[in-house]
Unconditional design. Structure first.
Length: 95
């Protein structure tokens, strides 16, 4: 494996763990740890779905509508962040 691929994988894993921990313990103030394995699985699935949604939205905004790529990415990030908040609140970290 090339070093850059290893660094990319490691950075994704670190970002995922930090993001999960911040969402669970800070944003949603969920200190319960008995179902963390289910939450972690759901959050990982959401992250994978987000990668596909990001690609689809960028394609639609840039190639479909003709938006400037930076503006399209900012809109995409905002939409994904908003969607993630509601998915996490309703299903992943629901009390």
């Amino acid at each position: 494996m090339h070093t850059s691929a290893a660094f990319a994988g490691t950075s994704f894993l670190v970002a995922f763990v930090v993001s999960f921990a911040l969402q669970k313990f800070w944003t949603f103030e969920d200190d319960v740890t008995d179902r963390v394995h289910l939450q972690l699985s759901g959050y990982f699935l959401l992250t994978i779905v987000d990668i596909g949604v990001n690609a689809a939205l960028m394609y639609g905004f840039v190639d479909g509508i003709g938006l400037y790529p930076l503006f399209a990415q900012l809109m995409t990030w905002g939409l994904i962040a908003l969607g993630n908040f509601f998915v996490c609140r309703r299903w992943i970290f629901a009390s």
